[in-house]
Write a protein that binds this ligand. Sequence first.
Ligand code: NAI
Length: 339
Amino acid sequence: MNSLFRAGKQVLQASGRAFSAAANPDRKVVVLGAAGGIGQPLSLLMKISPYVSELALYDIAGTPGVAADVGHINSKAKVKGYAGEENLGEALKGADLVIIPAGVPRKPGMTRDDLFKINAGIVKGLTKAIGEHCPGALINMISNPVNSTVPIAAETLKKLGVYNPSKLFGVTTLDVVRARTFYAEKKNLNVADVDVPVVGGHAGVTILPLFSQATPSVDLTPEEVDQLTKRTQDGGTEVVQAKAGKGSATLSMAYAGALFADACLRGLNGEANVFEYSYVESDVTELPFFSSKIKLGSEGVEEIYGLGELNDYEKAGVKAMIPELSSSIEKGIKFANEA
Ligand code: NAI
């Protein structure tokens, strides 16, 4: 075994993605937008997830190639590619979990809200198909603007009479992953031991890391808190600018998406104490959707936790995000109910 392969195998084992067929229940996972920048590495990571037995890769084009490629990996999941809208229903049938990274990514100078016009229509169409073909599946929404695409999905499912708020998740895991990385780097901590709650939504000031509740707890100056908060909020823009017109975060997003999807599957499988952060229907604030810590169970969201004790900086952060989050939610609801 050469050293590169050995190192790779150690990484996979450390993340629970060893090449073994663990005795987990059969689970079908569908990736919508599987040929894209996020879709491809996410499909790879789900192919080597010990929690997946069937992996359906759907996109408007290009999925036979992606499916043939990841399908050669010697892990448990059986892979099939589906291209074109006429095959969407077949791809979705029998799904336990549908992950949606379909749509266009940001270019420099664009906000997540600029994506609204294109992605809103894509998400509406895909969610309608989910409601028709696999209404009981969990949905992990990655397509931006998540603050609006989740309400669009909820309204679309309501119209079909199949909305279950416990099964619809906006994926904010990348914000948590970034906050952990930046906090650990700043204070020379072992990132594997670090947790940083991130609440609110998934765009600019609506992303609020709660460094006062980070563990392990270390002293941060107000300037450090402000710098870490802004870096987390602008993490996506940092990548968009570095890629200089060639897309937004794809690799770190695929990693974060796979972490969250695995957590959903572990919850479905009855594993105890599976906690994540996610943008879900919530009564933690006056807004109908909000991201905070959740417990995942056999029916999706099992419990939603409050924000804990906030310091003045964090209280101001929550106050400041409410108008933007509120208008993104309203915009999504309005769009879903038009025509
Ligand atoms: P991409 O353009 O590389 O890939 C998107 C894929 O979606 C393409 O393969 C495209 O053919 C496909 N697609 C378009 N319309 C479709 C439809 N109707 N049905 C199925 N597939 C369809 O974009 P990328 O970089 O993969 O980003 C995808 C989305 O994820 C964007 O909306 C982006 O803003 C979002 N994103 C979300 C993050 C989060 O933290 N939640 C982080 C980074 C990106």
